[in-house]
Design a protein around this ligand. Structure first.
Ligand code: ATP
Ligand code: MG
Length: 338
């Protein structure tokens, strides 16, 4: 039966991101607990219907590492998406509570994320586009699953019209405007794994002269996301291979009729994006703290040249993943610790 608004009773808040909020709900006809994601879409009814049609393919996505989809519906300015409720929440919330996540657990997480990505790509030709700790969820059965992947082109467009979201997990080639490929998801996976292992966003200390960078972890407020969008749309050509060419930034800003002066945050994000493009990728550090196989794995995820970077499927046969498969890591016990 189709999902409808009247059948759901809200029983709590699960969180909010740039695009909307997520509620814990009971589906009254079945008694199932679900997560209802409310996405504010400022779009014509025809566009919303198109989004619903596109979301329909989620009904065919079944994998142990993909959050299940129950259905979606439109309510005035919103699209509501009903998902499997993951009672331990997202990995960003978890590591902020527990501190750095044990590397053996991260091995299992990496395996889950890559299996999910491989399923999405091999079976449905879907590229996730938004891998980050807040889109990797855990439950008390010890399962790790990914959510919020880009199934609906129209939904992506509609959200992009309003918000940009955190772009700090973006690969260098994406920052430079290249097409999304499944390799971009691998980069984002590598950044996320380092974040979980260190218990902090890996770029946070890279620019010690900028205290604002520390708020880049977590979410950006809509205002900040707006700033980011503005700078991205006007300034992406400043973030490029040739660090300094003729561009004198002043002219650039003037010609766009927007002043970036005084927008300290805006500049920090641009600087971060520049850093991702121009500087060596982060690594699992300090050396020797983590198994060498995990270091090699993360280094491969973060190869700056997307052609050299392995696909999710290739990564599944890296030594660290083979070791992980044979290892007894009790994720149920782990999730019972928080
Ligand atoms: P962004 O908007 O930048 O992508 P986000 O991923 O945190 O950030 P949402 O996707 O709106 O934003 O999710 C908000 C929060 O809701 C998540 O951080 C997560 O903790 C929680 N959440 C999302 N989906 C579920 C789910 N299926 N089960 C349990 N909690 C969920
Ligand atoms: Mg999310």
């Amino acid at each position: 039966a189709a999902m409808k608004a009247d059948d759901l009773r809200e029983i709590g808040d699960l969180g909010a991101g740039n695009g909307g909020s997520v509620k814990k709900v009971t589906h009254l006809p079945t008694g199932t607990t679900m997560a209802k994601k409310i996405v504010l879409i400022d779009a014509k009814p025809s566009v919303r219907k198109q989004i619903l049609r596109e979301l329909h393919i989620l009904h065919g996505c079944h994998d142990p590492h993909i959050v299940s989809f129950y259905g979606a519906f439109v309510t005035d300015p919103n699209v509501c998406i009903c998902l499997e409720f993951m009672d331990k929440g997202s990995l960003d919330g978890i590591y902020k509570k527990t501190g750095p996540i044990p590397i053996d657990v991260i091995g299992k997480i990496a395996f889950s994320v890559l299996s999910g990505l491989t399923y999405l790509y091999d079976v449905h030709r879907i590229i996730h586009r938004d891998i980050k700790p807040s889109n990797i969820l855990a439950n008390s059965s010890g399962e790790i699953k990914i959510c919020d992947f880009g199934v609906s082109g129209e939904l992506i467009n509609s959200i992009a019209d309003t918000f940009v979201g955190t772009s700090t997990y973006m690969s260098p080639e994406r920052i430079q405007g290249a097409q999304y490929t499944v390799k971009s998801d691998v980069w984002s996976t590598g950044i996320s794994l380092i974040e979980l292992a260190l218990g902090r966003f890996p770029f946070a200390e890279s620019s010690s002269d900028d205290s604002d960078l520390s708020d880049l972890e977590g979410t950006l407020s809509p205002a900040r996301a707006g700033n980011l969008r503005m700078s991205l749309s006007m300034g992406l050509d400043q973030v490029e291979r040739r660090p300094k060419k003729k561009t004198d930034k002043k002219d650039k800003r003037k010609s766009n009729g927007v002043s970036l002066q005084g927008g300290g945050m805006t500049m920090s994000i641009l600087e971060l994006l520049q850093h991702i493009v121009n500087e060596p990728a982060p690594r699992l550090t300090p050396e020797g703290r983590f198994p060498v196989e995990s270091e090699q794995f993360v280094d491969a995820c973060l190869l700056k040249d997307p052609d050299a970077r392995p696909t999710p499927k290739e990564l599944l046969s890296f030594q660290w993943m083979l070791d992980t498969k044979n290892k007894d890591v009790d994720l149920v016990a782990w999730t019972a610790t928080f």
